[in-house]
Design a protein around this ligand. Structure first.
Ligand SMILES: [Zn+2]
Length: 318
């Protein structure tokens, strides 16, 4: 991981995953019963946070007992600080969790969704990466109870990292969905677009899912052509970011525009246009004359824009 990548939200994850020991029950039980073990607890797709001087997502084993038998348990890894780290899926009383962010006055903890935690910088960066891992894994279990091959119920193995179907023998692995997000550059200007659901005035880099049988570079060229009808030549990799909504991997790239006439696909975007490097600098600084803004630092798009503002089109050199 490069230094620029480590500063992106969800990217810093200090766990030793021990992927070769996920079937070693004695090893896992030792970690789990050790007093240094800590547990992230999700109710649906929302983590519980202990209230204190700052929000704390880590629970002791004794504290998790109150939630009863978890629906799912995933071994996340061993922290470099020492101790196993696990994710638990539980279901609280439905009467208590009607909204994604509920104060639970008697319990000593709140439910706060991961996007808000990242946006508002409510937990330590080292916890945010582990929360992302936990959220994507527990979401996978919640939505993949049945074998995609034969339709039978599957069961969890390998410390939560596989599901196996005992009827047809198929093994299922947690999915990661690659998404390209690209800043298209034409010298001293770059291409930004607006989706309708963005907050008013915000523009960002274009993005789209990679399709089967397609390289990331080809996906960049196809998506930019589809959304803005701009042709791209060279594509340079920048950094990637786990994006746990529910389990994407954002692949950040720069792309060199080879023509510059924009035709916006209004099914996908509300607007797309060229922005000068100075204008993007003002958007990042919050000083744009028209009040336009850029994504916040937890999003990789922010870092694409910042790198371009700082280095200009030399970012295309990779
Ligand atoms: Zn099956």
């Amino acid at each position: 991981m490069t230094a620029s990548s480590a500063s992106i939200g969800f990217n810093f994850n200090p766990l030793e995953r021990h992927s070769d020991k996920r079937d070693d029950h004695a090893f896992l039980e030792l970690l789990r019963s050790d007093p240094a073990a800590r547990f992230i607890v999700f109710d649906g797709d929302v983590p519980l946070l202990k209230r204190g001087s700052e929000y704390e997502p880590w629970f002791l084993a004794s504290e998790t007992a109150a939630f009863g038998q978890p629906l799912h348990t995933v071994f996340l890894g061993e922290d470099t600080d020492g101790g196993g780290r696990f994710a638990l899926a539980i279901t609280l009383n439905p009467a208590l969790n009607s909204a994604p962010e509920d104060p639970l006055p008697d319990a000593g903890y709140d439910r706060i969704d991961l996007r808000s935690l990242a946006l508002r910088d409510l937990v330590a960066a080292r916890s945010l990466g582990m929360l992302a891992e936990a959220k994507s894994m527990l979401d996978w279990h919640r939505r993949h109870s049945f074998c995609a091959n034969c339709g039978s119920a599957s069961r969890v193995t390998t410390a939560g990292w596989q599901r196996v179907c005992d009827v047809c023998g198929t093994r299922h692995f947690p999915r990661v969905d690659p998404v390209v997000i690209m800043l298209v550059i034409d010298g001293e200007r770059c291409l930004l677009g607006r989706q309708r659901q963005f907050v008013p005035g915000m523009y960002s880099a274009l993005a789209g899912f990679v399709e089967p049988g397609e390289t990331a570079e080809d996906a960049v060229r196809r998506e930019v052509m589809e959304e803005a009808h701009v042709k791209c030549a060279q594509v340079a990799y920048f950094a990637s970011q786990p994006w746990p909504f529910p389990s994407s991997l954002m692949i950040g790239c720069f792309a060199q525009a080879s023509d510059t006439d924009i035709v916006v696909d209004t099914n996908e975007l509300e607007d797309a246009r060229w922005f000068s490097r100075q204008e993007v600098a003002a958007m990042l600084a919050g000083t744009h004359a028209d009040g336009l803004s850029a994504p916040k630092p937890f999003a990789i798009a922010h870092h694409l824009l910042r790198a371009y503002v700082e280095k200009g089109s030399s970012v295309l050199l990779g």
